[in-house]
Structures are given as C-alpha cells and as structure tokens.
Ligand binder design. Structure first.
Ligand code: SIN
Length: 484
C-alpha cells in the first residue's frame, strides 16, 4: 500500500494538468505478478500528443531563458522528492513491472542520480573561442537548447530510462514529451507528479499514455516542432523511428538491442566471474539491454564454470517481487516467455545440454526457471538473437583471438564483459571488442557518470555522463567581423 496515494494516477499529464477524461477509451495497467488491475488510464493518441507538443513548445521560451543554475535548483528539488518517495515509487514499479522490490528501490536511486548529475552538468555546457584565421574577426561557438524533445521509453526500467533522457533535456533548457511503455506508465506519471511538486513549470514535462504506440510515435516523429527524439527499445523499432525522423531531419539518440558477450579466461578469478555472471545475466530477470546474452568460457575452466554457475542459479528465488527474498520476478508478457522457450528448445534440438532450470516455473504466469545450458554453438538462435530472459548459454573457446572473434560476430555492439587477471590481456581485449561499453572484471557497469550507449546496430548517441547533455544542444558558430 502506498503511503502517498497521490502518486497513483488515473490520467495523462499535459501542460501541467492531469487530463484524459475526454478520451474515448481507457486501458488497464495490471500487476505483473497477480494480473490485478492497478489503475486505468486514458488511451491517448495523436490528438493528445499534438496538444502536448504545442504545450511544450509554448513553455519552452521561458524555461530556456532561465539560467542553468535556476534550472538546477528545481531539478535538485525533483531529485529530493523522488528520493523521499523512494519506497512508494519502488512499490509502484514492482507492481507494474514485476522486478523485485530491492531492484526497484535500486532503480529509483539510479533514476534519480541522472537528475542530480545533469542539474550540475547543465551549468557546464561551455562554448569555445577559436583562434581566428583573420585579424578582423573573432570566432565563437555557443551551445543552445535544441527545442522540444520526444522521449519514448521502455518497460524494463520505468523510471531510469525516463530520467536518463529528460534530466539532460531539462537541464539544457528543453521541454519534453514522454511516451512511457503501456505496460509501465504509472511510474512515469508518479515522477511527473513529483516534477510538478518540485516546481517544474507547466508544459515542460508532458506524459502521453496509451497503447497505440505507432500512432503516438508517428505524431512525435512527424511533428515539425519536435527537434529531437530519444528512444530506448528494440533495434527493429529504433530503425522505424529513425527513418520516420528523417523527413523533418530530427536529431535522434537510439539506445537499442544488444547481444552481450561475457568472456571468462582461464586466468580469471572464478568466484568474481560467477558473481559477475549472476548479476549481469539475471538482473531484472534477464530483461536489460546490457544483460549477458552469451557466456564464452575458455576450455581450461569451462567445466568448473558451468558447474559453479549452475549451482548459483539454483539458489535464485522466483516469485512475486513484493515478497521478501524473491530475486527473480515474472517476465513482462507471454510473448517474452515464448521467446525464452523458443530459444531453449531450439538450442536443445541442436544438441545443447540443460544443467539448471529448463522449464516454465511452477508458479505459472510468465515465470520461467533460471536456466543454464552448456554445449551450445553458433548454429543456435541464442548465439545471434537477444533472448531477454533468464537463459544462460555457455559457449567454449580455446584462444583469446577466438573469443574476440566470437564476441564480435554480431550486428550488435552495446555492452560486453570479460574476466581475466592479466593486465596485458585487459588492454588487448578491451580495445579489440567492438562494443560501446566494456566491463572488465565487472558484471554491472551502468551509472550516471559514465557514457551509456552502443555502436553498430545497438544505436546512436550516449546517455548519462558529461557527454549525455550534448544530444540536447545545438552548436552555434558566431563570426564577429569588422573588428579594428
Ligand atoms: C536498459 O536495459 O536499457 C538499460 C540498462 C541499464 O541502464 O543498466
């Protein structure tokens, strides 16, 4: 039960108002574990999206005219309010998304950290004075807010993926229109309520809720007013959105799918590797873009690693994320469950051996036993497709070069991990991996100070860190001529 019932919303949020009574239909937001209805929301579409874009654009001039320090003061209040409501926000998140409460608390803190970070970074969007090629001229570069930003965010991190986009946008002086996933809109609306209490002016944050993602997405991408789209989700949808943004030449950032390798060399500290493997693979029940998709283990420790990982996996506790001691929740949908089943049966049909788990969980619903399979090879779907679930396939390799080739043999390039105690290898392999992020002897590498993002078909742009604000700024070159 929430302490602050005002955080549980029944409307969308446009221009500082809780709206949607006039929308024809409504949709249910359900508890990911029990399926009970938590709230119903207006099923918004193009009309409301257009209204939100206009409201954002009207609010923009006043917000951009404030100093970065003034904006930072408001952002810090928002940060404080999120942290003082951490428990309620975590409960709401666990209810609609399913992740265990401890992980949800962690995500609230992680999400809030982007607001605190970018409140400060907004003050440091320095320009340049460039040495002139002509004595009568001076050459300056300033950075200015890009304009109305659209954020389309996923269900797996219902708060952090919003704040990682919106905090830099707001700090840079831009207004935002957010479209959270239809599975997890309540967390988004709850933090919008806290933004309102923090004094973020009306129109600067707008939240459009609805199940018709293509209609809302098209309204955002077709708009001439929206100047920037920031999306986290699948590569397939990212490609469609990028194409749609081309007609209005919007700036895009795309945080897309991955196929993360996790390499364990013979010389690794095996305790650390197993601990890293558990967190990297099973965080959010395997439903993160940076989750390990493929374990690549050197032949000398292959058998031992398989056994140790299987033993650790058997201790995981699957169930209702609200319950004490549960560390694996349900998958987000039956479709997600089917994908895990399909990847597993394809692997087993081609010779993989199940060493832990291997079937839908006795609790039913969308739960699947945390599973480890050995004897996997590159012919199997799990080698090339992102499973997005609690399935850990373990490949074998002989040489360092073979591991690098296997790791890079994918169109994706988001996160990668490897474990070794050899400093020379650390440099060689870090530089050879074709990924935007590399964890060395670490299984979780996300934080607000580091640049998060991928290369190849895993996306464009970086979020978080001092780089993460650039996507919300335009460079302007000013040439001051005729100087005497
Ligand atoms: C994601 O899965 O998209 C984000 C994961 C993270 O921020 O660590």
């Amino acid at each position: 039960m929430l302490k602050n019932l005002n955080l549980l919303k029944t409307h969308g949020y446009i221009n500082g108002q809780w709206v949607g009574d006039n929308v024809k239909s409504r949709f249910d937001v359900t508890n990911a574990y029990t399926n009970e209805v938590i709230s119903t929301l207006p099923d918004m579409g193009k009309k409301e999206t257009d209204e939100a874009i206009l409201a954002a654009n009207a609010a923009w001039p006043e917000w951009r005219s404030r100093t970065a320090k003034e904006r930072a003061a408001i952002l810090k209040k928002w940060f404080d309010l999120i942290m003082s409501n951490q428990e309620d926000l975590a409960m709401l998140m666990t209810a609609e998304q399913g992740k265990p409460l401890a992980e949800a608390r962690g995500e609230v803190g992680y999400g809030a950290s982007f607001i605190e970070w970018f409140a400060e970074e907004g003050k440091r969007t320095y320009g340049d004075v460039i040495p002139t090629p002509a004595n009568d001229r001076r050459i300056l570069v300033i950075k200015q807010p890009i304009g109305v930003v659209a954020s389309i965010t996923p269900w797996n991190f219902p708060i952090a993926m919003i704040t990682r986009k919106c905090a830099p946008a707001l700090a840079a002086g831009c207004p935002v229109v957010i479209k959270p996933a239809a599975e997890t809109p309540l967390s988004a609306l709850a933090i919008a309520e806290l933004a309102d209490q923090a004094g973020i002016p009306k129109g600067i944050i707008n939240v459009i809720v609805g199940t018709n993602s293509s209609e809302i997405g098209l309204a955002l991408t077709d708009s001439k007013i929206v100047r920037k789209l920031s999306f986290t989700g699948s590569t397939a949808v990212g490609k469609i959105l990028t194409r749609n943004c081309a007609d209005t030449m919007k700036k895009v950032s795309m945080e897309l799918g991955g196929n993360a390798p996790f390499i364990v060399f013979d010389d690794a500290d095996i305790d650390a590797a197993v601990a890293g493997a558990m967190i990297s693979k099973f965080r959010n029940t395997g439903q993160t873009c940076v989750c390990t998709n493929r374990f690549l283990v050197q032949e000398g420790i292959y058998e031992e690693f398989v056994k140790r990982l299987a033993d650790a996996v058997k201790t995981l506790n699957v169930g209702n994320g609200m319950d004490e001691g549960v560390n694996q929740g349900p998958l987000i949908s039956l479709k997600a469950l089917d994908k895990v089943k399909d990847h597993l049966s394809d692997a087993v049909d081609r010779g993989a051996v199940i060493v832990a788990g291997g079937k839908p969980h006795q609790n039913g619903g969308t739960m699947f036993e945390p599973t480890v399979v050995s004897n996997v090879d590159s012919s199997m779907k799990i080698a090339s497709e992102e499973t997005f679930g609690p399935l850990a396939p373990i490949f074998k390799f002989s040489t360092e070069q073979e591991a690098i080739d296997m790791a890079n043999d994918t169109e994706f390039g988001l996160a990668s991990y490897f474990f070794t105690n050899d400093i020379n290898r650390i440099w060689r392999v870090s530089e050879a991996l074709e990924y935007g992020m590399v964890g060395v002897n670490e299984g979780v590498i996300s934080n607000e100070v580091a640049p998060f993002g991928g290369i190849k078909e895993s996306g464009l742009g970086r979020e978080g860190s001092h780089y993460g604000i650039d996507d919300f700024l335009e460079l302007k070159y000013i040439c001051m001529g005729g100087l005497k």
